[in-house]
Design a protein around this ligand. Structure first.
Ligand code: HEM
Ligand SMILES: [Cu+2]
Length: 677
């Protein structure tokens, strides 16, 4: 009945594990309690979890990402404190537990923090930027959200029932094979990645189609805002890369649970096939994560420099080039695994070539700032912090791209320093900048800037203090993933790194305080105009938050920076003589049902409760059939309803300051002079 699930699967074997489980359970209860206390269940069910509105789906993705950021950070803080004290001592985390923690940290940060954050920003903004009323497949969008959430749910459940994988975020065989790692840990990892991967693949398809098909009249490809361009290329990468991961997971699942031998050392298997498949996804994945952040930086840098983006075409082409090249470098993750010198040099060369289009982008951003009238709001601070720090990380990447150097540095903390140096300023700062930049669009009020600035300073200082020592440690020969060590020279650096993690903790606290303070003082920071930063692209044409249909009348685009152009021509806030009926998709629980059943299926498969697995597959099939045969999936918003909403919007606009940025020191009013391209 319960497969391999027994009472011993509960984490009473260790105090640290039991408290992790307790915090998870109490956290879940607290959320449920809060919803009950505020009498909000009805609202949550009918307006949020069943929603197919891309804006609400985006907000839910970002909420998921922020919760998982907290969880991933707690893991990081535990590792940092363990390593700070574990010189000639066991520290407080036993090896098995430490291994679970680095595995869950990496897995959470990549799959359940960064990926949902990126899907969330894309959902919130892309349809509005292209002048569309929704994504191409609103229902599929809801399924994607709930499958991703199901994966994250399994991640949290693994803290309570059973143990998590100890095989790192990459789950390399043969270690992750059943021979060396029996138990459910690796199966948790495999099934959650497999299930969330379906959601992500569907998101990729959805956004590719949306951007190709749903653009407003006049929005040609070379008028698309840069953020939308990066989401377009990211979607293509998702569609080509994620299947490799899904297949690798499926094969390892077969190996572990059904006696197959794809990746075993015996019986004709070859573990290198897994590692190739994994990085065939894994390297494009880092660009899947970072390109949207580049998109955010592009938007932010031109808005807050009050200038047209410099080198638009070169930024688009560089994005495409990076997307293409990202499929040609995967072997740099295993230079040391014995390929020939020729193969290694090919992949090393390709890797260094990627730095060229990336460098182009950096210069474009710098030249956008050059002679701009920069306004130092928190999103802009994160952008500048990114530019400086990312270049350092890029240089250490070029070093690692050289196979002879990689032979020395492979699996040391030098690598850990390098990729955090790319991923924290490059990915996380980008998403945080996007969060602060687009928050008013989502909720109708701005985030507190003082706390945003404090968060920025803690993050950037904390980053340097936490990760620069790892470069040194790497050169001192410290391997990654060490639970304890007996080399005295390492400890001072690890203590400094621990202090850095503490400063980042302050940054996390500032983010939380910022949110709380902003909600409490929202009436002083209302965004009445929908255009709080004097923006350039179409998402600022809608009200904040946007009406369910975004645009009562689809905008007619006549140039790049469409909204800026409309404001210049004085046609930004024109009202039509008459409104029309708008057909909208109806909310549905089918997406939620598929997600929950997907999560239950994963849990059942992990624990070998095959009857339950079959049952949940049947539920998924039933939900799909129900939804597919339901013809009543749309409703009409009548012209008079639309008019009522728009009347309110224009009444609000009349109250809004004409240009909310006008009080800022350095406000340009007119566009700043453009350097020739
Ligand atoms: C917020 C501050 C962060 C800190 C203090 C931190 C710290 C750490 C530490 C101590 C490790 C283990 C290093 C070792 O193996 O010796 C690690 C590994 C890792 N981190 Fe982070 N990290 C942070 C943020 C992030 C973010 C934002 C991401 C990704 C979006 C990320 C992704 C990873 C990955 C993929 C690994 C490798 C896990 C493995 O070895 O399997 N980290 N991090
Ligand atoms: Cu790579």
């Amino acid at each position: 009945m319960f497969g391999r699930l027994t009472i011993d699967s509960l984490p009473f074997y260790s105090a640290v594990a039991a408290s992790g489980a307790a915090v998870t359970v109490l956290g879940g209860l607290a959320v449920a309690g809060a919803i009950t206390y505020f009498g909000a269940w009805r609202m949550v069910m009918t307006q949020w979890v069943s929603s197919v509105d891309h804006k609400k789906i985006g907000i839910m993705y970002i909420m998921l990402a922020l919760v998982m950021l907290l969880r991933g950070f707690v893991d990081a803080a535990m590792m940092r404190s363990q390593q700070a004290i574990a010189y000639n001592s066991e520290g407080y985390l036993p090896p098995d537990h430490f291994d679970q923690i680095f595995s869950s940290h990496g897995t959470i940060m990549i799959f359940f923090m960064a990926m949902p954050f990126l899907s969330g920003l894309a959902n919130l903004i892309v349809p509005q930027q292209i002048g569309s009323r929704d994504v191409a497949f609103p229902f599929m969008n809801s399924v994607s959200l709930w499958l991703t959430t199901a994966g994250a749910g399994l991640m949290l459940i693994s803290l309570v029932v059973g143990k998590f994988s100890t095989a790192g975020w990459t789950a390399y065989p043969p270690y992750s094979g059943v021979e060396y790692t029996p138990g459910v840990g690796v199966d948790y990892w495999l099934w959650m990645v497999f299930i969330a991967g379906f959601g992500t693949t569907m998101t990729g398809i959805n956004f590719l189609v949306t951007i190709i098909k749903n653009r407003a009249p006049g929005m040609t490809m070379f008028r698309l805002p840069l953020f939308t361009w990066t989401i377009l290329i990211t979607s293509v990468l998702i569609i080509f890369a994620f299947p490799a991961l899904t297949v690798a997971c499926a094969m390892l699942i077969l190996d572990r649970n059904f006696g197959f031998h794809f990746f075993t050392n015996a019986m004709g298997g070859n573990m290198m096939n897994y590692i190739n498949l994994f990085w065939l996804w894994g390297h494009p994945e880092v660009y899947i994560l970072i390109l949207p952040a580049f998109g955010v930086f592009s938007e932010v840098v031109s808005t807050f420099s009050q200038k047209r983006l410099f080198g638009y075409i070169s930024l688009v082409l560089a994005t495409c080039a990076i997307g293409l090249l990202s499929f040609t470098v995967w072997l740099h993750h295993f230079f040391t695994m014995g390929s020939s010198a020729k193969v290694n040099s090919f992949f090393g060369t390709m890797t260094t070539i990627i730095s060229v289009p990336t460098g182009v982008k950096v210069f474009d951003w710098l030249l956008t700032m050059y002679r701009g009238r920069i306004i130092f709001k928190p999103p802009m601070l994160f952008t500048i912090g990114f530019l400086v720090t990312f270049v350092i990380g890029g240089l250490s990447g070029v070093l690692l791209a050289l196979p002879p150097i990689d032979y020395l540095m492979h699996n040391t903390t030098f690598l850990v320093a390098h990729f955090h140096n790319m991923i924290i300023p490059g990915v996380l700062f980008g998403y945080l900048a996007g969060y602060m930049y687009w928050f008013p669009k989502a909720f109708g009020f701005k985030l507190n800037e003082k706390w945003g600035t404090r968060a920025f300073w803690c993050w950037i200082v904390g980053f340097y203090v936490a990760f620069m020592p790892l470069y040194v440690l790497g050169m001192l020969g410290m391997p990654r993933r060490m639970e304890h060590y007996d080399i005295a020279a390492w400890q001072p650096h690890l203590i400094v790194a621990g202090i850095g993690a503490f400063i980042i903790l302050l940054g996390m606290i500032c983010l939380a305080v910022q949110l709380v303070v902003s909600i409490r003082e929202r009436n002083q920071a209302l965004d009445l105009s929908g255009d709080p930063w004097n923006g350039r692209s179409l998402e600022w044409a809608t009200s904040s938050p946007a009406a369910p249909y975004n645009f009562a009348v689809l905008p007619k685009v006549e140039s790049r920076d469409a909204w800026w152009d409309m404001k210049q021509r004085g046609v930004a806030y024109e009202r039509p003589a008459e409104y029309e009926d708008i057909v909208m998709p109806k909310n549905t629980y089918a997406g939620l049902v598929i997600g929950v059943a997907g999560g239950v299926f994963g849990f059942a498969a992990i624990w070998w409760m095959w009857w339950l697995a079959l049952l949940s597959l049947a539920v998924i099939a039933a939900a799909i059939i129900y939804r597919a045969s339901d013809d009543d999936d749309e409703f009409v918003m009548t012209a008079s309803e639309v008019k009522a909403i728009e009347d309110e919007r224009f009444a609000q606009l009349a109250k809004a300051p004409k240009n909310e940025m006008a009080d800022e020191p350095g406000f340009a009013g007119e566009p700043a002079p453009e350097p020739a391209e």
